[in-house]
Write a protein that binds this ligand. Structure first.
Ligand code: G3I
Length: 474
């Protein structure tokens, strides 16, 4: 699928363009701008047309609709990026604390991979759709639960997600430009950057986005509030790669004429911009015009990676009565579809030919290195630590690599620094919380083949352990 969407690909470069042609007329040289034929490279579906422009065109998917053949037919034909509408949210993935359920999200990822689509992850930290147990937490317990949640979910999907909405809707509506007063915000105003650092440690390959609504109009206070946060994050090296503009438009919050300015100004901060949940209430030509405008605005901004609509048919929408999508309830293309497709085929500013650098290299070595092709020599096993440290706390992932004989049970021993304490762990049984601690396998990761790896992790307060732990067969 990367082949389809490769930036700077021949297809992307062959986009419609204007050529300056010199014509000799009546003894004078006349320079005219001639539009070159566009039909040769015009895409006939949203995904193909977006790919011609080095972009993607995606949709939110409700996994329980993957058995609806009309729905799946449109999905597979038109889109090359998908977002789980609800299945990767906190309430869906961690219904009981530290008990993770990935089956629905996994189904979507499998469908995407089987059909050449990429996946936007949505959403790691959000004040809505939290499980009941998280809603009853506050302070450091909630902070640690959030960190654990991000670590676990982003690690589970590591390598499979194009971009994560790491933090969703953290800013207040209204005129203050301030952050929303939520239980997450009350854990300390550094919670957003902790969320981003945690996500980076868990999946260094995913773009990390801040995602919000009512941030489309450049003059609005909420837009300015988010802009100032992103500028601050970039200045301080907080690992943010992109900003998602949900772009739910309706009569109360219409498509603003300065939308392109907003996208351009954010991109100028050194982040990608993505339109993440587009829907536009209305019908007929006015709706079609607005869709065309949004597409043209994205294509005008080199760092606008792509567009995701929030559902396929009007009847699939969270706002079905506003008929805000590109297909009607029977799956027919609406005028808005044609407008979006035509705007894609008009072309725009090419994306950067090389992937822009992310805001900073990961602070810790990526935990994704391929397992060794031959077993490491000598010893039953080795263990390495990868930690993400913030003021007052840390998350550590431990990778266990089996030696030439494989493992049928293992222990990893290390020293937790003075003053630090383990508060939570996963995929292991620790002997204690401070000082010298031995971590033992749990049932499902007891056996590791020769040269194979398994991982466990823990989080805590204070300073993360460092150095090389001792690994032994049990
Ligand atoms: O699945 C249950 C069903 O079993 C139950 O009978 C029914 C009764 O209400 O609820 C169903 O769950 C609903 C779920 O959607 C699946 O349809 C929830 O109640 C409902 O609250 C939930 O709404 C989702 C909403 O986020 C929650 O805030 C929408 O589908 C989803 O489109 C919407 O998406 C959000 C983005 O994540 C963030 N930006 C705004 C956007 C629109 O609100």
């Amino acid at each position: 699928m990367d082949k389809v969407l490769a930036r700077g690909s021949a297809a992307a470069r062959s986009r419609p363009r204007a050529a300056v042609v010199s014509i000799l007329a009546a003894g004078a040289v006349v320079t005219a701008t001639v539009a070159m034929a566009t039909s040769a490279s015009a895409g006939t579906t949203l995904g193909a047309a977006a790919a011609e422009q080095g972009r993607y065109f995606g949709t939110a998917v409700a996994v329980n609709k993957l058995s609806d053949s009309t729905y799946v037919g449109i999905l597979n034909r038109e889109f090359n990026m998908v977002t789980a509408e609800n299945e990767m949210k906190w309430d869906a993935t961690e219904p009981s604390q530290n008990q993770f359920t990935f089956s629905a999200g996994d189904r979507l990822v499998a469908h995407a991979q089987a059909n050449g689509m990429r996946v936007r992850g949505h959403a790691l930290a959000w004040h809505q759709q939290q499980p009941g147990w998280a809603q009853s937490l506050s302070g450091s317990a909630l902070r640690q639960a959030m960190v654990n949640h991000i670590t676990q979910v982003a690690t589970h999907y590591r390598g499979k997600i194009y971009a994560w909405d790491v933090v969703n809707e953290a800013f207040d509506d209204g005129n203050s430009g301030a952050r929303r007063n939520t239980s997450l915000e009350r854990t300390g105003s550094d919670w957003i950057e902790v969320a981003f650092r945690t996500a980076r440690a868990a999946d260094p390959g995913a773009k990390l986005c801040y995602n919000d609504y009512n941030t489309d109009n450049w003059t609005w206070a909420k837009t300015q509030g988010v802009y100032n946060m992103v500028r601050d994050f970039k200045a301080r090296g907080v690992p943010i790669d992109c900003v998602g503009f949900q772009s739910h438009f309706n009569s109360g919050s219409p498509y603003p004429s300065n939308y392109r300015t907003t996208l351009q100004n954010f991109a100028a901060l050194g982040v990608d911009v993505q339109i993440t949940e587009l829907d536009i209430e209305g019908s007929g030509s006015s709706q079609a015009t607005a869709y065309g405008n949004v597409v043209r605005d994205c294509l005008a901004v080199a760092r606008c990676n792509g567009i995701t609509v929030w559902g396929i048919r009007d009847t699939d929408s969270w706002r079905a009565s506003g008929t805000p999508l590109l297909f009607d309830g029977s799956g027919n293309k609406k005028p808005a579809y044609t407008a979006a497709l035509n705007a894609l085929n008009e072309g725009g500013t090419p994306p950067p030919t090389t992937e822009p650098p992310t805001s900073e290299p990961p602070t810790s070595a990526p935990p994704t290195s391929a397992p060794p092709t031959s077993p490491p020599p000598g010893g039953a096993c080795t263990a390495t630590l990868t930690s993400n440290q913030w003021q007052g706390g840390f998350v550590t992932n431990v990778r266990v690599t089996a030696g030439a004989s494989g493992l049928n049970g293992w222990t990893v021993s290390l020293t937790v620094p003075s003053g630090a304490a383990i508060t939570n762990s996963w995929s292991t049984q620790p002997s204690g919380t401070s000082g010298a601690v031995t971590f033992r396998n749990v049932d499902y990761n007891r056996q590791v083949g020769a040269g194979g790896t398994t991982e466990f992790g823990f989080q805590g307060t204070g300073t993360a352990p460092t150095g090389t732990p001792t690994c032994a067969a049990a």
